[in-house]
Design a protein around this ligand. Structure first.
Ligand SMILES: Cc1ncc(COP(=O)(O)O)c(C=O)c1O
Length: 211
């Protein structure tokens, strides 16, 4: 059993570094089926960080700032520093939750709003109703910013008010959901760990990339 797992893993790793196109397509379709979205709405990244970087490069600029929380996962802010993108970092509230009303105010003219839900490192959760209202209100702006909802810790939430924002990404063209596809490493026929981003690839969103 162990030798067949090792052989399968070795074959897959060797294939992965050569031309993983076929496997990527299969994985994309499996993720789409799992979440009830179209394969064209799924983008696989090599680590979430690649996805976060793409979103920063697509939607922010020196004139379209990043809105993020403080504290939160630092990577979008680090890319903002790298790309000379202005940052508005909104302190979490006394309850350690993201301060959505202030983030909404700061989102005027922004390129991207980064929402880590649940938030790393405070562990706070935004409920589905709060997220829905936030996205709805931001979407009314004439130049609505992209909203990147990072659900890296989606599987660990037990708060019943929480739901994935994937339905929001399907309904609103400016919403992107980032997830990690964690897979049990001992299974022979699956990749160890891949990241997936569910997004609505409306060309208008990408075409609206700020300059
Ligand atoms: C909220 C969040 N998003 C993304 C990542 C990055 O994940 P990866 O290591 O898959 O790039 C992390 C890693 O700690 C994280 O905490």
């Amino acid at each position: 059993m162990l030798s067949s797992i090792v052989a399968s893993k070795t074959a897959r790793l060797l294939a992965a570094c050569v031309c993983p196109v076929v496997g990527a397509g299969t994985l994309t379709m499996a993720i789409a089926r799992l979440h009830g979205v179209q394969a064209s709405q799924v983008l696989i990244g090599c680590g979430s960080v690649e996805i976060l970087r793409m979103a920063m490069q697509a939607f922010t600029s020196r004139t379209r700032h990043l809105v993020t929380a403080a504290p939160t996962f630092e990577t979008p802010g680090e890319y903002a520093d790298t790309f000379a993108v202005p940052i508005r970092a909104v302190r979490v509230g006394a309850n350690l939750k993201l301060n959505l009303s202030t983030m909404e105010l700061e989102a005027q003219g922004a390129g991207l709003v980064y929402i880590c839900n649940p938030n790393n490192p405070t562990g706070s959760v935004l409920g589905a109703a709060e997220m829905g209202g936030f996205v709805e209100r931001l979407g009314r702006a004439s130049q609505a910013p992209a909203v990147l909802v990072d659900e890296a810790y989606h599987e660990y939430v037990d708060d019943p008010s929480y739901k994935t924002s994937i339905p929001l990404a399907v309904a609103h063209r400016n919403v992107i959901v980032n997830m990690l596809a964690r897979v049990v490493p001992s299974l022979p026929n699956v990749p160890l760990r891949r990241n997936a981003t569910i997004r609505l690839p409306d060309p208008a969103v990408w075409a609206s990339r700020p300059t």
